[in-house]
Ligand binder design. Structure first.
Ligand code: FAD
Ligand code: NAD
Length: 462
């Protein structure tokens, strides 16, 4: 067994590798175990980054095919080279993987390749094709993330019936793609393949898309995506999928089956804890399998901590990163804090959808009285110039104190605009604070200012 480490991190996703770097910065002798050949976890290998590479590329394709002409740009002979688009995506992933390798090296974090399994008492076994080794640490941090869920009667086959992982690498554009689940993955990857030429039908169990997102924003998004060509069937219960050759048949409760050539199952994700040795180590999980932690990210086993997707909550890369840093800082200094009320969430469709803080449903459920200010991008000069006039900004402020409680944006670059709101909320700003802050003209950010002004019914351009 090699020398004891101060900290062993299992899983090198955005939670794990960031935690390892912070631990090393704070003087801990740190090891990271990762079973995949690339670092960066779901986020870098099969999540945030490859999906955004394909969203960017497919947007360029759709713009040049359909929207350049109205700006006086004639494109002839435009062709889709899907293999090259995938190669570009893979190149982005490899470059960032190399970046993380470099960061671990620079910070003297020791990397172990293989599957890590807790043996109890600070010991971990690492298995790989090249053999088995054991290491020990004073503390262990589990950051093993999540994997796609499926449904009874549906067995993703890695080909015709895919999860997000396969849908990021299909070798040809489906003719008809059926997406099961109208959540974030369904809409982002449905958008990619629609732009590249697929007919896309989204089957969603609930009567609305994107549960968790402000209802007015979700309704607006649905209208816009329908205009773009996506077909939604809400309140639809899928009971099974069968495959014959290249054809898939999707069975639906109480309706005719649907036929298509590819199915994307996007109904959520579950914690990744296979053969992790949780029972042996005394680490308890909840009934859905998420590891239980206290406010210091300590599990039920002494010296074993957990962060990121594997502990549940918002399954977001930046939430995992923040938890990694807060967990390590609490270990090292006793202090570490995350404001869970203001974790931004972004859906990278066009228009983008972004939020920070509470939505109207949550405020109403909590009995909090609030005022809402709304401003449409159609009245924003920069949005007009760019030709992106869909959507709006909505600011929710406490009726008594005017403190901003939530901001919801559907519009181009919403994912960048939301951080003004997040910073303002972090500092306890009122809607008047945002409204009185001079915003450069012409910018999309002026829509945030105008929405803040609208809380007090004094927006100028609406
Ligand atoms: P992960 O990133 O899942 O990393 C866990 C790592 O642990 C993996 O590398 C795994 O191989 C490794 N591991 C597991 N078990 C073991 C073991 N026993 N031994 C060794 N290694 C092990 N989030 C966003 O914030 N923005 C986005 O735009 C976004 N887009 C997404 C798009 C898609 C298609 C998907 C699927 C997810 C997306 N997410 C996005 C979610 C984001 O990827 C996750 O929230 C994030 O990766 C969680 O980080 P993590 O470190 O907790 O776990
Ligand atoms: P999700 O929870 O966003 O959406 C799943 C959808 O499937 C929901 O609308 C749900 O009602 C629906 N559903 C569940 N069971 C169903 C059934 N039987 N039939 C039809 N519909 C059903 O989950 P996801 O889209 O799989 O994404 C997983 C996680 O990955 C999310 O938690 C998300 O945070 C993360 N992610 C984030 C981003 C981002 O931040 N931009 C992008 C992709 C993924």
């Amino acid at each position: 067994m090699s020398d004891a480490f101060d900290l062993i991190v299992v899983g090198a996703g955005p939670g794990g590798y960031v935690a390892a770097i912070r631990a090393a910065q704070l003087g801990m002798k740190t090891a990271v175990i990762e079973r995949e050949s690339k670092l960066g976890g779901t986020c870098l290998r099969v999540g945030c980054i490859p999906s955004k590479a394909l969203l960017e590329s497919s947007e360029l394709y759709e713009k040049s095919a359909k929207h350049f002409a109205e700006r006086g740009l004639k494109v002839t002979g435009l062709e889709l080279d899907l293999a090259q688009m995938m190669k570009h995506k893979d190149g982005v992933v490899s470059t960032l993987d190399a970046g993380i390798q470099g960061l671990l090296k620079k910070n003297r974090v020791e990397r172990f390749s293989g599957h890590g399994q807790l043996l109890g008492g600070g010991n971990i076994e690492i298995r790989s094709d090249s053999g088995t080794t054991r290491i020990s640490g004073k503390r262990i941090l589990i950051a093993t993330g999540s994997v796609p869920s499926s449904l009874p009667g549906i067995q993703p086959d890695g080909d015709r019936i895919g999860t997000s992982t396969e849908a990021l690498a299909w070798p040809e554009v489906p003719q008809h793609l059926v997406v099961i689940g109208g959540g974030v993955i369904g809409l982002e990857l449905g958008t990619v393949w629609r732009r590249l030429g697929a007919k896309v039908t989204v089957l969603e169990y609930l009567p609305r898309i994107m549960p968790g997102i402000d209802e007015q924003v979700a309704a607006e998004a649905r209208k816009i995506f329908e205009k773009q060509g996506v077909v939604f069937r809400l309140g639809t219960k899928v009971t099974g999928v069968s495959v014959a050759g290249t054809q898939c048949t999707v069975s639906i409760d109480g309706a005719e089956p649907l036929t298509c050539d590819r199915v994307l199952v996007a109904v959520g994700r579950k914690p990744c804890t296979d053969n992790l040795g949780l029972e042996v180590a005394g680490v308890a999980t909840d009934r859905r399998g998420f590891i239980q932690v206290n406010s210091s990210y300590q599990t039920t086993a002494s010296g074993v901590f957990a962060i990121g997707d594997v502990i549940g909550g918002a399954m977001l890369a930046h939430k995992a990163e923040e938890e990694g840093i807060a967990c390590i800082e609490k270990m090292a200094t006793g202090h570490g804090h995350i404001n869970y009320a203001i974790i931004p969430a972004v859906v990278y469709t066009e228009p983008e959808i972004a939020s920070a803080g509470a939505n109207e449903d949550a405020l109403q459920a909590a009995g909090i009285r609030y005022r809402a200010g709304k401003f449409a991008f159609a009245a924003n000069g920069r949005a007009r110039a760019a030709g992106h006039t869909d959507g709006f900004v909505k600011v929710l402020a406490d009726e008594a104190t005017d403190r901003v409680l939530g901001v919801h944006i559907i519009g181009t670059h919403a994912g960048e605009l939301i951080h003004e709101a997040a910073v303002a909320m972090q500092f306890g700003a009122s809607s008047e604070d945002i409204a009185r802050c001079c915003h450069a003209h012409p910018t999309l950010s002026e829509a945030v200012k105008e929405a803040a002004m609208a809380v007090d019914k004094r927006a100028i351009h609406s």
